[in-house]
Design a protein around this ligand. Structure first.
Ligand SMILES: Nc1ncnc2c1ncn2[C@@H]1O[C@H](COP(=O)(O)OP(=O)(O)OP(=O)(O)O)[C@@H](O)[C@H]1O
Ligand SMILES: [Mg+2]
Length: 246
């Protein structure tokens, strides 16, 4: 007899995750018993007040840090069983990060910034060059940007370069922490449109945002407060940044 298993398996799952920070004897419980599942090709937003644990949660989902207690399952693997080196390797191959302040290196060219994640992969120079160009074109960037320094581009353009760097290694998941926080509305719209297109192409996209109009561009909104997920909402596309600026 064939038993069909219709249960979808999560790509990343947090099980009873707690995260505490200890600084000079002061303990902050940043995440309290969080259960969270992200599925392949999901497009989700995480919202919540400042200090509620959004970045900590994203760092857990992005395997940038280990929980104080609880479990993280990534691609069916319990990550507590992995060494730091194996974890770094998993991060480099499966995950791409985008930050509010772009985090580009101004003494490198745009090309060199986008190329960075490919360096440890042992690819030839030609293959790397092709992947960098493809990534930049995918985010709507011009190849004339390649020789420029990031600070010679606008904020919106820099964020697109940062997204190109995040996707150049073709990660399964893109994690973006306030990707539009430093941008004007029009640039924010372009950046969000880029993330939505990447999601349509099959990337799982997780966006932390303060902006309800950005959150309304996704498929599901989670709200976190004081380290606890307090709600799960269906976005309203009529109130989305894309709709408002169309
Ligand atoms: N490295 C750290 N060391 C000590 N405490 C930390 C550290 N990182 C975060 N915290 C604390 O943990 C809590 C959650 O912080 P987190 O950065 O996850 O919040 P956030 O929701 O991302 O806030 P914001 O919207 O301001 O970015 C806060 O009380 C913060 O002060
Ligand atoms: Mg934060």
């Amino acid at each position: 007899m064939v038993v069909l298993n219709n249960t979808k398996t999560a790509l990343v799952e947090l099980v009873n995750v707690c995260k505490e920070y200890r600084v000079e004897g002061v303990v902050t419980m940043a995440l309290k018993d969080v259960n969270f599942k992200v599925y392949e090709k999901d497009l989700v937003a995480i919202m919540g007040p400042s200090g509620s644990g959004k970045t900590t949660l994203l760092n857990m989902l992005g395997l940038l840090d280990r929980p104080t207690s609880g479990k993280i399952i990534f691609d069916s693997q319990d990550i507590s069983k992995l060494s730091d080196k194996e974890l770094a390797n998993l991060r480099n191959t499966k995950l791409g990060f985008v930050f509010q302040t772009f985090n580009l290196i101004n003494r490198l060219t745009v090309f060199e910034n986008v190329e960075l994640p490919l360096i440890p992969k042992g690819l030839s120079r030609n293959v790397r060059a092709k992947m960098v160009e493809e990534a930049l074109i995918k985010v709507g960037g011009g190849t004339e940007w390649l020789k420029k320094r990031p600070n010679q581009l606008s904020g919106g353009q820099q964020q697109r370069v940062a997204i190109a760097r995040a996707i150049v290694g073709r990660p399964a998941v893109i994690l973006a922490d306030e990707p539009t926080g430093n941008l004007d509305r029009m640039s924010a719209k372009i950046v969000i449109t880029t993330l939505l297109e990447l999601n349509k192409e099959g990337h799982t996209v997780i966006i932390v945002t303060h902006d309800p109009e950005v959150a309304n561009c996704t498929q599901k909104i989670y709200v976190i407060r004081d380290g606890t997920i307090v709600g799960e909402y269906r976005p309203n596309p009529d109130e989305s940044l894309i709709k408002k600026l169309s």
